[in-house]
Ligand binder design. Structure first.
Ligand SMILES: Cc1ncc(COP(=O)(O)O)c(C=O)c1O
Length: 354
């Protein structure tokens, strides 16, 4: 009986999946929040919801993100859904969008499903972003600004301002910002920025819950999309449960626990691979020794009982990244991360003929 997306392969300690450690999913606290939402809201928790999302959750998101008011918040079924909706309202089929490179690979299909042409660009190079935006009349730039997937890196304040000065809309996909292991990240960028938030990493991916922070005008356009007009607010019952989970303090406690626990995951994998520790998020973007190609290494690594995602998959058309692999430290406990790293090191040495 297939229930979940992750597929366990016997004998493989898989560093490829950016999924949470199962034992860190808050089953008990969520059950309490669900009971509380039904008690607090009664039938209103189970009927069609207000189109942009229920007020208690929108207000909580607005205060937590600290820049936007509730009118600037639209509740979605996660960041993937948020990107799909934004692509629907900001671009027409045949338009071009600029995509940071390397970046979250599953965003490519969400954008091409809308008929968009993707042009890779380095978001750190704002001048180049501006030049390509003008040349292609790009509808927007897509970037993961904080603890990026796959790089773990964040854009600096100067880089964010330089991008904002280019004039095109910037879609910041920001699901990892609460998972910091050193200091808190930069605040959400104001201005010409549409932010995609998600509870997938901070609470649970199965909730399918997130949000878009944008201008009230854009939120208005989102509420008039046919499926929202017809079906009401997205994942309404789950959204009200999240409002209870957040309002009771369970969210704050849970995120603090995640920071503590995933920090130990990060340290275990970084130390075992002798790699720099990312400041947050779930990924190590490992540079391979000269002469080791990421795609070829994958076959050898799987023979040695581990797996990962090769770097080229995070580049549009797979142009680039053959000297990099993405290792996720979220899904396995520290002892298994250390063993997976040992297997990977043996695989790399065997490719090098050592
Ligand atoms: C950058 C980025 N965006 C979006 C997602 C998917 O988020 P959601 O589950 O909220 O759709 C992920 C998950 O891996 C991600 O890394």
């Amino acid at each position: 009986m297939t229930i979940v997306q992750f597929e366990h392969r016997d004998g493989i300690l898989d560093l490829g999946w950016g999924h949470p450690l199962p034992s860190l999913l808050p089953t008990g606290a969520w059950a309490a929040a669900a009971a509380s939402a039904l008690q607090t809201y009664g039938w209103k928790a189970l009927t069609y919801g207000h189109e942009p999302g229920p007020a208690p959750l929108r207000e909580w998101i607005a205060s937590r993100t600290n820049v936007q008011s509730a009118e600037c918040t639209f509740v979605t079924a996660g960041a993937s859904h948020g990107l799909s909706l934004v692509a629907q309202v900001l671009a027409e089929p045949g338009n071009t969008v600029l995509v940071d490179s390397p970046t979250y690979h599953y965003a490519f299909k969400i954008l091409t499903d809308r008929g968009l042409e993707l042009i890779p660009v380095r978001a750190e190079d704002a001048d180049e972003v501006g030049r390509l935006a003008r040349q292609h009349r790009a509808a927007f730039l897509y970037v993961v600004p904080t603890f990026g997937n796959p790089t773990g890196r964040s854009l600096s304040l100067e880089q964010r301002h330089a991008l904002a000065a280019q004039g095109l809309p910037i879609v910041e996909d920001d699901p990892y910002r609460e998972l910091y292991y050193e200091s808190a990240p930069l605040p959400f960028t104001a201005g010409n920025v549409i932010s995609l938030g998600s509870f997938a990493k901070t609470v649970a991916p199965g909730l399918r819950l997130g949000w878009i922070s944008a201008t009230p005008e854009l939120v208005g356009r989102l509420t008039r999309i046919g499926s929202v007009h017809s079906g009401g607010g997205v994942n309404h019952t789950t959204a009200l449960t999240m409002a209870e989970f957040a309002g009771s303090g369970a969210y704050g406690k849970h995120v603090a626990l995640l920071r503590e626990r995933y920090r130990t995951h990060r340290d275990a994998l970084s130390d075992a691979m002798n790699a720099d520790r990312p400041d947050g998020g779930w990924f190590l973007w490992l540079r391979l020794p000269d002469g080791v190609d990421a795609e070829s290494l994958l076959t050898v690594a799987e023979r040695h009982g581990t797996s990962f995602v090769p770097g080229p998959r995070f580049h549009v058309d797979r142009r680039g990244g053959s000297d990099r692999v993405r290792l996720s430290f979220s899904h396995l406990p520290p002892a298994e991360l250390t063993e997976a790293a040992r297997r990977l090191t043996v695989a790399i040495r065997s490719v090098l003929g050592q």
